[in-house]
Design a protein around this ligand. Structure first.
Ligand code: MN
Length: 497
């Protein structure tokens, strides 16, 4: 039975239609029940815009459906403001929707008040925030979907508040979406926040894009036709060739890197070739390079060496032969799904959780470990700044395991990332077969071998060059135990005197 206060354009079908082709009856029932429950519970409430409050939870749930989340998460999206803003009690909620959805909503509610006015002052909030989402990433997804709708309705908010929410979205929420590997959501959050965070820059970049988009598209038209023809001859199974236009905010970031010289940016519009298998990705690359000359040093193979967030694709930049330069991205359908939707693109929730634990969320694991070691807010902040938001590098053990580290890490950081014992006993290191000093800087794709000594101990001077909080923590902990001994030794002779 449907609640009678139904509003035009907000039919539950609008959410259900975003789901995979045939959602199960069970899923549809759950979403419909949550929908009716929320509609009733928020009845009569309005947002600052004067619109019915229900619109907000409806759009949040629709965002979650769009990002391929499971029915439980979508239901939790519909219900995410109920415990806080209505008279419904925990008990009533649990009776109606069970423990799993209650836990999700409570997770989101707990995060509700966290505001980040500059990282330093709110370390403790952020720490709580990350702890909560490390338990179940779906809480973060709900929070991000909620934030996305809030950004889309930001024009109703006071100007100073607009700016704060927009900056916070760019500095905290978008990097989190990126960390989940959901490139599209990261782009949507940044682009929605951009005009409020940096109004004049937004204006400038939109104009630049408007101007360049057509020219870039035209340049790619010939490439598209020629490539399509050539690929048909080879028998490569092409699923799709299309354009992708760069997100505004990321275009602005890139412009800053290139002294605002738009001519240096080749991927404003990029051609995207989606094929069936990895072998075919490389076959397509071969075909492209036989047709057009590639720019040297611009071929990036993220299939062999994926980015930390799991992104895989081959990028190459070519001279189109008509005075233009263009980027082409090649990937399989599965890689494409993952780049856009992150872990949500894996079919079942179980699979996703497993995947999450396996590889994607090394950062969450590192974070939990840090909590166990017991860290002060200062430790936490420095971990956040250096290990979490900064650029990362990929290094390898001689066995081929990937160890991901913050930029400028050293062999000692590497050693502690493998195991605290290896860090403690490290005596020398070999990088790509050559002996290096323990304070040398590692680079992506370095193969690092740590040589340990049985009676090895951490050195104080290591603290001057290690980058990871993990390494610092362990070295300091060791030095502290030694300090106790030094004092003890000094004190004994005193008493004897
Ligand atoms: Mn909300």
């Amino acid at each position: 039975m449907r609640y009678t206060g139904l509003m035009d354009g907000l039919e539950v079908e609008k959410i259900i239609n975003e789901l995979p082709p045939v959602p199960s009856k069970k899923d549809m029932d759950l979403i419909t029940r949550a929908y009716n429950f929320a509609l009733k519970a928020h009845h009569g409430q309005t947002r600052f815009s004067g619109e019915p409050y229900f619109i907000h939870v409806f759009e949040t749930a629709k965002n979650l459906a769009r990002y391929g989340m499971d029915a439980e998460t979508i239901a939790a999206g519909l219900l995410h403001d109920i415990l806080e803003d209505t008279n419904v009690t925990d008990k009533e909620f649990e009776n109606e929707f069970g423990k799993e959805i209650l836990t999700l909503v409570k997770g989101v509610t707990k995060l509700g008040h966290v505001k980040f006015r500059g990282l330093t002052r709110h370390v403790e909030s952020l720490r709580k925030f990350l702890m909560a989402i490390a338990q179940d990433y779906r809480v973060l997804m709900i929070k991000l979907a909620d934030r996305l709708h809030n950004l889309h309705t930001l024009n109703h908010v006071r100007a100073d508040k607009q700016k704060r929410i927009a900056l916070e979205s760019i500095e905290v929420y978008a990097p989190l979406a990126d960390r989940l590997g959901i490139g599209r959501l990261k782009g949507e959050l940044e682009d929605a926040a951009f005009p409020y965070a940096y109004p004049s820059e937004y204006e400038m970049v939109s104009n630049v894009l408007k101007e360049r988009e057509d020219r870039s598209k035209n340049a790619l038209k010939h490439v598209y036709t020629d490539l399509k023809k050539e690929l048909e001859k080879t028998g490569v199974r092409v699923k799709k060739i299309d354009y992708r236009i760069k997100h505004l905010y990321s275009l602005w970031k890139k412009l800053q890197k290139y002294e605002n010289n738009i001519e240096k940016i080749y991927d404003i519009v990029a051609l995207r070739v989606i094929v069936e298998s990895v072998e075919e990705c490389y076959a397509v690359l071969g075909v492209i390079h036989s047709l057009w000359k590639p720019l040297p040093a611009r071929i990036k193979d993220y299939i062999a060496l994926p980015k930390l967030n799991g992104y895989q694709s081959i990028h190459t930049t070519i001279f189109t032969g008509e005075g233009d330069i263009a980027e082409i991205q090649i990937r399989t359908e599965e890689m494409h799904g993952r780049a856009e939707f992150g872990i949500a693109s894996h079919h079942s929730y179980k699979e996703r959780q497993k995947k999450a634990q396996d590889e994607k969320f090394q950062w969450m694991e590192a974070f939990k470990k840090l909590e166990k070691v017991g860290s002060t807010p200062d430790d936490f902040l420095s971990h956040l700044k250096t290990d979490f938001f900064n650029d990362r590098i990929f290094t390898f053990t001689p066995q081929g395991d990937v160890i991901d580290l913050p930029k400028d890490s050293t062999p000692i950081d590497f050693a502690y990332a493998i195991h605290s014992d290896i860090g403690t006993k490290a005596s020398s290191a070999r990088v790509n077969g050559n002996m290096v000093s323990l304070d040398s800087t590692l680079h992506s794709s370095d193969i690092v071998e740590i040589i340990t000594r049985k009676d090895g101990v951490p050195k104080r001077k290591w603290l001057t060059f290690v980058k990871t909080t993990m390494a610092k923590k362990h070295i300091k902990a060791y030095l502290n135990t030694q300090k106790g001994k030094e004092i003890a030794i000094r004190e004994i002779p005193k008493k004897l005197r």
